[in-house]
Design a protein around this ligand. Structure first.
Ligand code: SAM
Ligand code: SF4
Length: 520
């Protein structure tokens, strides 16, 4: 795939409208300008000592994009603050997976009008999936928004802010990623990470699937994998800064690399077209200094034995699989275009448990997909009970404009029926979670310390390798990122409790990492 010269950033002339266009963002003139240092840039742009807050709605992808937005603003000389009242710039990084997110955003923007009017020079940025979806609608519903930028425009945040200061409100949304690693993969931009010991690493953007309910493919574009060399290099850099845990991010991580091998083959290479995720897990898992590797999300239709084997054989890969079921009825799974049956899902789960007996399984389930009958829903209960989940994220079906499921209006399920099903599913899942957690009582588990428990003096929170939240007592102060052991004394549906036993490893970061700039 051709790349733009890394030493140049393409930007539009400030005098032109930067309205959404196409894959190549440029229906208008482009000005290529050399990248400048943070200091030069902040002096040149006159934004020294301005401050910002980033508010994130949505998933880990969005949180990761927010880290990049913050890193870019840091690099331009803006200062991060925690309170909106102290900020000159507020960035709302939005999500549009479910309807609530829209209402929440427009409600928040309503409140922010007063915030903006109360101090000269304040700016509001709306970024993320919802701005990608709504495009011009954001500024037409909230004229006081200064910058609207899409999912492929994160790298332009600082320039667009400056553009809006001099020229006025701006919307810039590319329909697809432009061919530059800085644009494609948020991990290749500077970042402000909130924690020092763990980090997200994007391995893939977009999604080529066609799940009938899902808006992700239309707001995140087609699936593009990042090269494994780039990923491993980034993990090495993170490890050298003291990061010990990485979470690999993608919408369908099991298909990671299929596009890379296809491109290689099309270029005449003697390679088999295949996903490379199992290989990637092994490579990332063997980076010195990395103690824990996680990933999200795999797609059951693409889960193969090689990934399970790589998980089982790579000691740093954690015993946790987030494995989205969505529905237990084969009829509903087919309507959703998920590409697997409940039995195939359960068989793969059994295989994962045989390979890693202590693995925790979490899932996503949608309740009330159009046409879901009582019989279909009972299958979801049965499959959930058989899967014996450690926890689930249960979503109420939300019609998203532009998706197939949104057109199935005559089959929409009554809200009261959905509410009842939601509760029944919660009971089933909480029962299995509680039993699984109680079975851990008396065991000594490895945890990484997240921080002090603000509500209980002398208590901390941490995570086990199975990604379970543990509240535990400790006589000694423990820094975030410390590895230790905890004896589990109680299991609840959503957490464990325990007593700290011993330190296994002190945090290895030497400095806090306010800005980690990728080595491009
Ligand atoms: N790529 C991942 C997968 O296929 O499992 C999930 C991505 S999506 C960001 C996260 C979850 O949101 C999905 O697993 C699904 O359960 C839920 N979701 C997506 N669209 C939805 C909709 N229209 N209504 C309700 N839940 C939805
Ligand atoms: Fe959405 Fe399906 Fe892609 Fe997941 S795999 S992001 S649910 S389309």
């Amino acid at each position: 795939m051709p790349k733009m010269k890394p030493s140049l950033r393409l930007t539009k002339s400030p005098s032109i409208s930067t309205k959404a266009t196409s894959a190549q963002p440029h229906s208008a003139t482009l000005v290529a300008r050399p990248r400048v240092s943070a200091k030069e840039s902040s002096v040149a742009s006159g934004i020294v000592s301005r401050s910002y807050v980033v508010r994130t709605f949505g998933c880990q992808m969005n949180e990761h994009d927010s880290e990049r937005i913050a890193g870019l603003l840091d690099a331009e000389g803006l200062e991060a603050v925690s309170e909106e009242s102290d900020a000159d710039v507020i960035v709302l990084n939005t999500c549009c997976i479910r309807e609530n997110a829209d209402n929440k955003l427009y409600g928040t923007l309503g409140h922010l009008k007063t915030w903006k009017d109360s101090r000269e020079g304040r700016q509001i940025v709306v970024a993320g999936c919802l701005s990608q979806k709504d495009k011009d609608v954001v500024q037409s519903r909230a004229k006081w928004v200064d910058v609207v930028l899409g999912t492929h425009n994160v790298h332009r945040t600082a320039e667009l802010l400056e553009h809006a200061r001099t020229v006025g409100p701006v919307t810039e949304i590319y329909d697809e990623a432009v061919q530059d690693d800085h644009v494609l993969f948020p991990s290749a931009l500077p970042a402000r990470r909130e924690t020092t010991y763990n980090a997200w690493v994007t391995i893939q953007i977009g999604c080529d699937n066609t799940c009938a309910y899902c808006i992700v493919p239309s707001v995140r574009g087609k699936e593009i994998s990042r090269s494994s060399d780039d990923i491993v290099d980034e993990v090495r850099r993170l490890a050298s800064l003291g990061v010990t845990e990485v979470t690999l991010l993608g919408q369908n991580v099991n298909s990671y690399g299929r596009d890379l091998t296809l491109a290689e083959r099309q270029a005449g290479g003697d390679v088999r077209v295949r996903p490379l995720f199992a290989d990637l897990l092994r490579s990332v898992g063997s980076v010195p200094g990395i103690r824990r590797v996680r990933y999200t999300s795999p797609h059951p239709k693409d889960m193969k034995s090689d990934v399970i084997a790589a998980m089982a054989e790579t000691p740093t890969v954690c015993e946790h699989l987030h494995y989205p079921l969505q529905a237990g009825s084969d009829r509903v799974l087919a309507l959703m275009h998920r590409g697997y049956t409940a039995q195939k899902y359960l068989d793969r789960l059994a295989e994962a448990r045989r390979a890693m007996p202590d693995i925790a399984i979490t899932t996503d389930i949608i309740v009330g997909f159009p046409g879901e009958t009582e019989e279909d829903f009972v299958r979801t209960l049965e499959v959930s009970a058989e899967a014996d989940f450690d926890s689930t994220y249960t979503f109420i079906f939300s019609p998203r404009d532009g998706t197939e499921a949104a057109t199935m209006t005559e089959h929409f399920v009554e809200p009261s029926v959905i509410a009842d099903r939601f509760d029944r599913l919660r009971v089933v899942v909480e029962r299995s979670a509680l039993l699984r957690h109680e079975a851990r009582v008396g065991r000594t588990e490895e945890i990484v310390v997240e921080g002090p428990n603000r509500k209980r003096e002398g208590h901390f929170t941490g995570r086990t390798r199975q990604n379970k939240l543990v509240h535990f007592a400790s006589h000694e102060p423990l820094r975030p990122g410390t590895y230790g052991t905890v004896e589990i004394t109680r299991g609840a549906p959503h957490f464990l409790e325990g007593i700290f036993r011993e330190v296994l490893a002190e945090p290895s970061h030497r400095v806090r990492i306010p800005v980690a700039v990728a080595g491009h």
